[in-house]
Every structure is written in C-alpha cells, then in structure tokens.
Design a protein around this ligand. Sequence first.
Ligand code: ADP
Ligand code: MG
Length: 351
Amino acid sequence: MKKKTRFRTKSKDLSYRIKRISLALLLCLTGILTAGCTRERETTPITKSGFYFDTVIQITLYDDRQEALIDDCFAMAAEYEHLLSRTVADSDISRINQSQGAPITVSDDTISVLEAGLSYCELSGGAFDITLGAVIDLWDIKNNPGVLPAQEDLAMALDSVGYEAVTIDGNEVTLTNPEAKVDLGAISKGWIADRMKEYLNEQGVTEGILNLGGNVLVLGPKSDGSAYRIGLQKPFDQDGSLLLSVDIADGTVVTSGNYQRYFELDGTIYHHIFDPDTGYPYQNGLLSVTIVCPKSVDGDGLSTTCFALGLTEGLALIERLPDTEAVFITEDFEVVTSSGMGDTIPYEILE
Ligand code: ADP
Ligand code: MG
C-alpha cells in the first residue's frame, strides 16, 4: 500500500513565500511555467508564443537556431485546430456534430483523439464525457456574465449527452444519438502536445518545454542531467503566483482547475468542467488537479477525470495507474499528493 503525503498550509504564508521567489520568476517564463532557470548555456534559448484553439501556446527551445521548428509546431496547432475544433465550421468534429446520425469519414488523427477521449469516458465511468458540447454551449462560461441556464434548456442539452452515442468503425464516425455534440476540449491539447514533442524529437530536438494552456510537456531529459522545474499556479491568485513546483526530467505536468474559466454567483463558482448527470459544474471541494505522467494526452484526460471524480475517487484512480502521480488542491488550500510525489517526483511548496 502506497503512502500518502498530506499537509496543510495557510494562504497568507504562501503569499509571503511567493514574494521571495518573484525575481527568479521574472527571469523565467511567464504563466504557470518556470523551468530550466538555473541552467547556463552556450546557445541562447528561444521562447515563442502563439494563440490557437483559444489557448496560449508557449514553446521554449534551448537553441535559437531552432526557431523555424517552433513555427512548424504552430503550423501543426493550426492544422489540428482545423480538424478538432467544434467552432471551426468544416472541422472533422463540426462535420460529426452536424451529421444528424449519418456516418462521417474523418482523418486518422481525429480518430486517434476520439479514441483517447472515449477511453477516459470509460475509465471515469462517465464522469468524463466527450459529448457535453450542448451543455458547454448553453453555459458559455467564457462569456457568461453570471446567468444560470433555464432548467428546460439544461434538460434538453442533457438529452444530447452520453458518450456511448459515439461509434467508430475504421475512419467512420456515427452518432447513434443525432443530437449528440462532441467536444474534445478536455483532451485535445494534451494529444496535440504529444504530437509536437514527437515532431521535435524526430528533428533531433530533445531539450525544451511546450506549454499548451496548462499542458506542460518537456522534450526529454536534459543533457546535463538536471530536471526541469515546473511551477503550479496558485488558484485564483490575481498575480499568477506559484503555489508549488514540481521537478521532472521527462514527461508532462497537466493541470485542470475551476479557476481557469468561471463566473461567481452567490458565493458559488460556476466553472468549465461539467457533471454529465446534472449539467452543472462539478462542486466537489476541489480547486485543481495536476497530473504528472509520461504522455500529455493521459495527463489531460486524467486531470479532467480526477477533477470530475473528486479527491477520494480521483486519488484512488491515480494510485492504481503506473507512472502516474497527482497533486490535488482543495478549496481550503489543502495540498494532497499521491504517494509517488516526493520520492519519484520531487516537489516543493514554494518558500
Ligand atoms: P482546460 O481546457 O482548461 O485545460 P480541461 O482539460 O479540464 O481544462 O478541459 C475542460 C474542457 O473540457 C471544457 O472547457 C470543456 O470543453 C470540456 N469538458 C467540460 N466538462 C467535461 C467533462 N465532464 N468531461 C469531458 N470534457 C469536459
Ligand atoms: Mg483535460
């Protein structure tokens, strides 16, 4: 039986601690990520940012001669957005969603993301569901000024939810519920991050960091043997301060949190991860779940899955999976880690 590490920390202490590292942060990458800060290099590192599928993508490579490869990655992001986005009119996913139940032929890539998504629908027992599109549209959390959907609208949207409606035969996708609306937002960024890493590795680039809106992926172990330090954001902190850091030599660190997209009404946070049973955002006492594992598609699938399952069930799932660790942050800023955090994956509450 694995050991759990559990500790509690006060947020006011954290803000003091975080001030002391702020200078170091300024010298590193912005956003949730700080990595490779201490390393001295002969070549100048290069960081470029782009905006695709409503997400900031930031890529850092340690050699500025590799800039063209970053642009190739951005081109890949544009290409995948064109296949996978629900809001691009002729994407594979839009064509599936408009199919009215007719079989639609899609690309191998789309099949691969759909299959990954479906595997997490099954693993989560339906708490993760790739057919929440109508519910997601109804809430429109990003633009919602603070209005709850009408019950009858929610009931209608819920009728369209149920991942069992997605059937795949070769490259043909059929929705057995013609109203179902596929949304791959919970897994596509991780899947795309893995493709970018594959591409860069093929080009001989094995050091660097990709950050796709909170899906952080490192390109491989550093040649000097040091780990990359990944910072996890302090939930709801206006200044983007960091709560803790995780050291990884390879693999991915992916976070799902209710503070990423939300509105607040009467003291309740209405955020962007929905319960397929009720159509409401999950309210289970969690602020975020971070997964550390080899592949970003799994990190993305599992971070959303564990957020949906809640602390007890989510942690139990992580303990069953090989090479997979997690950090849960609860509403009262309790940080709960899986048993391999610390031994296998070093981490630190920032002081
Ligand atoms: P983010 O996209 O902010 O990194 P996640 O990976 O957790 O966060 O994905 C959240 C997105 O997944 C939502 O914006 C929505 O598109 C979709 N989604 C919402 N609820 C669920 C759910 N229960 N299962 C699967 N996908 C969901
Ligand atoms: Mg996810």
